[in-house]
Design a protein around this ligand. Structure first.
Ligand SMILES: NC(=O)C1=CN([C@@H]2O[C@H](COP(=O)(O)OP(=O)(O)OC[C@H]3O[C@@H](n4cnc5c(N)ncnc54)[C@H](OP(=O)(O)O)[C@@H]3O)[C@@H](O)[C@H]2O)C=CC1
Ligand SMILES: CCCCCCC/C=C/C=O
Length: 329
């Protein structure tokens, strides 16, 4: 019999998550029935959505939500061979049993040269968020100027590079000078540290005096309120995330957005990446191709050991990650 380690939400987060809000437990897994598989997590993902979704969808004592790349260690299902790797959505667990219906096999064409953890990042959910958010929600066109915040993270770093692939000028910001240097290295035309600029309004104007056609907003709050005034006529805003607000205990009061929306005839659309998953295969194929061609660079912030998942999650929310935050079990 296999015993899985799992992390549960011991206490709902109040403000910034604390390690004491989590508890590690053990779960005895039953023997496999016909049609079932036993899987072990190899890489797990910590993502910002876990913070707002924990409040919306979880109760205390539930296993933390999340995805993993897992290896099939035992199979009583002829459609799944032992040794194959899958992406699963089974939460913070070291091992689990599946009937195969909720698994996505890694593409057979997955190259040996690429880490399988990319299926949780650049070639996974965050990469797909950038792909559909930029091409479908922002409807980015060649020659335009794109603004993205949280640009050195899992989604933002792909947004900026896809904008370059698509023939745009790209401006990004991040929370440290080393992240800014990374953005320049991967091809951003302009990049700045939003924590140290003296005037965000002036910095945005200087980076693109004519304004922005597309704004891929990962952050919300004050940044978005200022950036909206820098949109060009008919500009498009993809409301992807609002990480600056996820840990607020008192909702922020923003300036009101009607004036720039009306006078510049802007479009602003929120989206959830999974609504585009009917085209998941197309997105994965495109992202994988660009990675293999060297046009789409990636960086992963790998935390070793399942035991360190809460620390990795909290660290990611604090900005300790460059690129995708990953846990290697
Ligand atoms: N709509 C959708 O379907 C999806 C939305 N998202 C959203 O996209 C955003 C980025 O996600 P992801 O790329 O996975 O995460 P990241 O890898 O970018 O990690 C989060 C980053 O957010 C930045 N950050 C944290 N707090 C603040 C703050 N107060 N102000 C500005 N930046 C902050 C930090 O970088 P720094 O050092 O630069 O501050 C941190 O590294 C999130 O808002 C997330 O919720 C993600 C996936 C799908
Ligand atoms: C199967 C994983 C689903 C992830 C959906 C993420 C949506 C994110 C919203 C904001 O961060």
């Amino acid at each position: 019999m296999v015993t899985a380690k799992v992390w549960v939400l011991k206490k709902h987060f109040e403000g910034f998550p604390q390690t004491s809000d989590f508890e590690m437990k053990q779960e005895a897994l039953a023997n496999l029935k016909d049609g079932e598989l036993l899987l072990e997590s190899v890489f797990l993902s910590v993502d910002p959505y876990m913070r707002p979704y924990s409040k919306r969808d979880m109760k205390e004592g539930d296993v933390m939500i999340g995805t993993q790349v897992a290896r099939i260690v035992e199979s009583k299902n002829p459609a799944f061979a032992v040794g194959a790797f899958v992406v699963a959505n089974r939460g913070w667990r070291t091992h689990f049993i599946s009937d195969g219906k909720d698994l996505n096999l890694l593409p057979a064409s997955w190259p040996e040269s690429l880490p399988k953890s990319l299926a949780l990042g650049t070639v996974g959910m965050p990469g797909l968020t950038a792909y559909f958010g930029l091409f479908e929600v922002c409807k980015m066109k060649p020659g335009e100027t794109v603004l993205v915040n949280a640009a050195a993270g899992a989604v933002g770093s792909v947004v900026g590079q896809l904008a370059k692939i698509g023939g745009c000028k790209v401006v990004g910001c991040a929370g440290s000078d080393s992240k800014v240097a990374y953005l320049k290295k991967i091809g951003f035309d302009e990049a700045f540290n939003y924590k140290t600029v003296t005037c965000l309004d002036e910095t945005l104007r200087k980076a693109s005096p004519d304004g922005y056609d597309c704004f891929f907003d990962n952050v919300g709050g004050e940044f978005a309120s200022i950036a909206i005034n820098h949109m060009k006529k008919y500009g498009r805003i993809a409301v992807c995330g609002a990480i600056s607000q996820y840990n607020d205990t008192v909702p922020q009061k923003g300036p009101y957005i009607q004036f720039p929306m009306i006078f510049n005839e802007l479009s602003m659309k929120g989206f959830i990446v999974t609504s585009w998953y009917n085209r998941r295969e197309e997105g994965v194929k495109a992202l994988l191709k660009w990675v293999l061609e060297g046009k789409l660079k990636y960086h992963e912030q790998v935390t070793e050991r399942f035991e360190n998942m809460p620390a990795a999650f909290i660290g990611m929310l604090k900005g300790e990650n460059l690129g995708k935050a990953i846990i290697k079990v």
